[in-house]
Design a protein around this ligand. Structure first.
Ligand SMILES: CC(C)(COP(=O)(O)OP(=O)(O)OC[C@H]1O[C@@H](n2cnc3c(N)ncnc32)[C@H](O)[C@@H]1OP(=O)(O)O)[C@@H](O)C(=O)NCCC(=O)NCCS
Length: 176
């Protein structure tokens, strides 16, 4: 049983053993083994890993970059907020959890970290949402469970407006 509260989410570093990681998706595994370190160091993406204390093999990871979206393709709210310019967003390029530890809440924990990190970036540069492309319908349904919405019903381009995250945090603080 994994104690989620003990997991450490941190930037990729050279001490980690990435060779044993497998989330069951070839491209995601290959990226972590072969490309993550160089792309992270080159600031092409930034890679973050979740590790159990003292463990060198990550239980999960994600990679972030930035993108712009066409507001009218995302939602009415995005189009009205950005009538003239494209919508600035954080792009969740990759996310994976070790297959022996899937469905234990690590994906949700990583996603909360993505949202917190995006909120923090948005305090310094305009960012409206986090966007991603779900790799499959099954994964899109998991992301809907996290609160992501589809640009268009039936498609797998998805987003979460950061104001929704801020509002949820305010509501949770008021309930506590
Ligand atoms: C997608 C992935 C990152 C999710 O991580 P995870 O740790 O397995 O997910 P979680 O344990 O946080 O579970 C997420 C939620 O989705 C639910 N869920 C699981 N499978 C589901 C499905 N098929 N449909 C709907 N919901 C589902 C779980 O019950 C859980 O809900 P809960 O927290 O309310 O109980 C992980 O499964 C993975 O690495 N998959 C292989 C690689 C991949 O496809 N990556 C995505 C690239 S876009």
């Amino acid at each position: 049983m994994i104690d989620l509260s003990s997991l450490v989410i941190k930037p990729l570093d050279s001490e980690l053993d990435l060779g044993a990681f497998s989330c069951g998706h070839k491209l995601l595994d290959k990226f972590l083994k072969d490309k993550a370190a160089t792309e992270h160091a080159a600031y092409k993406v930034r890679v973050f890993v979740a590790c159990a204390p003292g463990d060198k093999c990550p239980l999960g990871y994600y990679a972030l970059t930035v993108t712009t979206l066409v507001g009218s393709e995302v939602s009415e709210a995005a189009a009205s907020k950005f009538p003239k310019f494209n919508v600035p967003a954080i792009y969740l390029a990759l996310i994976g959890v070790n297959k022996d530890h899937q469905s234990k809440g690590i994906g949700r924990l990583l996603m909360e970290d993505v949202l917190d990190r995006s909120l923090s970036i948005a305090e310094n540069a305009g960012i409206w949402a986090v966007a991603l492309d779900a790799v499959s319908e099954e994964v899109a349904e998991i992301y809907e469970g996290y609160g992501f919405e589809r640009f268009v019903e039936g498609e797998r381009k998805m987003y979460m407006a950061l104001q929704t995250v801020r509002d949820a945090k305010v509501a949770a603080a008021q309930e506590a």
